[in-house]
Design a protein. Structure first.
Length: 144
């Protein structure tokens, strides 16, 4: 009987955790990092919590790190992103300006990356305790 009582108490303590578990972090953060804009260019690998602290009874702040692994070369991405000739020059011109700024941002941040290049990214996230468990308060910074 004592064993069952101890097991019950351990399960209760685990259910009322004062911090989000690894599975909660993975399930809430990974889909936000691996967005539609990211998935064709890079993979998110090795998402992990590196530190964490409770700020009050209902708020927990964590530091995360993950590897951003490029699937394509920067040069190939730049070539395939160049605008094609089209009859609607204005819209095509605006799209090429936006694409150019996005490519420039990637190049400034990651240089002339190659497929397979790996960059360690870090972020700082806050979870709040709700009736249904821990919930991320804001999305992580976009990896790209």
């Amino acid at each position: 009987m004592k064993r069952f009582l101890i097991l019950f108490l351990l399960l209760m303590v685990a259910a009322c955790s004062n911090k989000p578990g690894d599975s909660e972090i993975q399930s809430q953060v990974l889909p936000l990092l691996a967005t539609a804009s990211t998935k064709d260019i890079a993979d998110i690998k090795n998402l992990r919590k590196t530190n964490g602290y409770e700020t009050d009874g209902n708020t927990y702040t964590i530091d995360i790190a993950y590897d951003l692994v490029f699937k394509v070369n920067y040069a190939d991405l730049a070539k395939t992103s160049m605008p094609k000739d089209s009859p609607d020059g204005l819209i095509e011109g605006l799209q090429s300006v936006i694409t150019g700024f996005n490519l420039l941002g990637l190049n400034v941040t990651y240089g002339n990356f190659k497929a397979g290049d790996r960059f360690v990214k870090q972020d700082h996230l806050t979870f709040i305790k709700t009736e249904n468990g821990w919930m991320l308060t804001e999305p992580p910074e976009s990896p790209l």
